[in-house]
Design a protein around this ligand. Structure first.
Ligand code: PEP
Length: 250
């Protein structure tokens, strides 16, 4: 079954409002009528609604970079799934490595956030991947399996139709180091097998698995040409509309 590639642009904690709107316009001009792949922008929270408005009527989608696992309450500084949905977002990143390593999101918290995203009607982009030490000690598969099991092992298959997985080796995020297409494909194939073990072959075949980690215009085609790589989650290069467009075109 053909899987529609999905390309995300994670703007992280960059840009001011004016720059964010300019970038949204520039991406819209290049990719607003894109077909054959899904393109999702992930701006910082304060820019979500303005960016949603800026890309309205185009084929671009907008998502948040994180959410809280509760729907409301005394959680100062946090943002709930229904709030994100209410401003017109369709997607949300869950378990990005910066949330795990900088903000202390454990596997259990990531699992609760994933459920909260589904409850809010958002498409969760579940980020998984190993640290450099873990790769060096041949633990890549074990780490990915653990993170998958913790996040989606207990969720009924029927609730996971729209799930997107992003395999992001942590050593490749923002470092300029990229997994080779062969290294990435090996892990993607493993993840797909693990998805089949957890939720069946049909689910595994239908689920998109993005690669993330220093994807650029110059390396995108090699990575996206691999059979189990169904798109990219792009950080730094998504801040440059022309380069981001090159990745989508790849
Ligand atoms: C990311 O933020 O998910 C990411 C992959 O960043 P970069 O492309 O900058 O490595």
């Amino acid at each position: 079954m053909a899987r529609v590639p999905v390309i995300g642009g994670n703007w992280k904690m960059h840009l001011g409002l004016g720059e964010a709107l300019q970038l949204a316009s520039d991406v819209r001009n290049r990719l607003g009528s894109v077909r054959g792949s899904e393109v999702v922008l992930f701006p910082p929270f304060p820019f979500l609604k303005p960016v949603v408005d800026r890309v309205e009527g185009s084929n671009l989608r907008v998502g948040a970079q994180d959410l809280h696992f509760e729907t409301s309450g005394a959680f100062t500084g946090a943002v709930a799934g229904p709030m994100i949905k209410s401003v017109g977002c369709t997607h949300v990143l869950v378990g990005h490595s910066e949330r795990r390593t900088v903000f202390g999101d454990t596997d259990a918290i990531v699992g609760r956030k994933l459920l909260a995203a589904l409850d809010a009607g958002l498409v969760p982009v579940l980020c998984i991947g190993e640290l450099l030490e873990e790769r060096k000690s041949n633990e890549t598969f074990r780490v990915c399996a653990r993170q998958l099991q913790a996040a989606i092992g207990a969720i009924p298959t029927g609730r996971l139709d729209d799930l997107v997985i992003a395999y992001e080796p942590v050593w490749a995020i923002g470092t300029g180091l990229t997994a080779t297409p062969e290294q990435a494909q090996e892990v993607h194939a493993y993840i797909r097998q693990k998805l089949a073990d957890l939720h069946g072959k049909a689910f595994a075949e239908a689920t998109r698995i993005q690669y993330g980690g220093s994807v650029k215009g110059s390396n995108a085609a090699g990575l996206l040409g691999q059979p189990d790589i169904d798109g990219a989650l792009v950080g730094g290069a998504s801040l440059k509309a022309e380069e981001f467009a090159q990745i989508v075109k790849a």
